[in-house]
Ligand binder design. Sequence first.
Ligand code: FNR
Length: 378
Amino acid sequence: MSHLLTIADLKELARRRVPTMFFDYADSGAWTEGTYRANEEDFADIKLRQRVLVDMTDRSLETTMIGEKVSMPVALAPTGLTGMQHADGEMLAAQAAEAAGVPFTLSTMSICSIEDVASVTTKPFWFQLYVMRDRDFVRNLIDRAKAANCSALVLTADLQILGQRHKDVRNGLSAPPKLTLANLFDMALRPRWCAAMLGTQRRTFRNIVGHAKGVGDLSSLSSWTAEQFDPKLSWDDVAWIKEHWGGKLIIKGILDEEDARMAAKTGADAIIVSNHGGRQLDGARSSISMLPRIVEAVDGRIEVHVDGGIRSGQDVLKAVALGAQGTYIGRPFLYGLGAMGREGVTLALEIIRKELDITMALCGKRRITDVDGSVLAR
Ligand code: FNR
């Protein structure tokens, strides 16, 4: 493991171990992938101020996100089909996050269900909601998240219709995935992945199958999913979702100052500045480039979090310096999971934690809660 020092190292190992169609599903963005690339690249333009001869003992990365104590300002982002990067992926990632003291967010489009994840964790996790046309199904999902003691609902606002990723179309990725001869051959080249997958009962969208009307098995899942994302979803819906949920609400997918102000008005507890990891509107600006304006627009009324392109602890520090109370990683933990299961997610978090700690110290700060714009070289 001594050769696995960066998130990029985990990505390369995942590329070898995860079947191409699922690795590509994680490692892709919409259309030209311009926004996907910008998310990562724009971090490199932000420079740090090196400070010296400052006492750097007793450092702390501890802070809070929506009032919950976190060991560092990093949460695992909701990602669909996580259980296809590695068998039982959501359960393993949730356990790794819990042990690391950071929040785990379960996607509506997960393979393992809310109840599966609750059965292997001891602390509350967060649940991400896609609002489907079938509102009874949505209400039921919220009730299940409540029953599982989830401590925050993350409402994803940027996927009323699906952006297109060319790699997924070419690989035949759908729900459920198409098993062409080429895909089966590719899977056969990854015996670890296959053995783990054959050893689990959890190979379908367990939040949906058996819960949504008319989706009793895999054959009906594909058409159901295709038609269920609700293009009519609007700000009015946020009110009933908030009321039905009754707990902490985070709105995910805000990339515009005007929308950020609207979100603050709805009484959400936080927003996530996000373009869905460059998977929706190709041509949109990177999350990190929009963060300062959105922080300014919200003016302290609600917490601002950010995701997209975070690949190191340095990126986390830059986001915090630009006003984010918390950050999320999507692909970095998926690469860890695909590479080495739970251990890989733990390693991804440890890599980021170490980089964040060293960077913070070399910028002359001992506590993450003291980090502000003064660490940036303007
Ligand atoms: C996602 N994302 C996502 N978001 C969401 O709200 N619900 C979901 O089901 C998914 N599914 C999903 C699958 C995969 C494979 C990826 C990579 C991403 C978006 C995710 O929550 C987050 O916004 C981005 O992943 C952040 O960018 P990075 O960290 O991956 O660069």
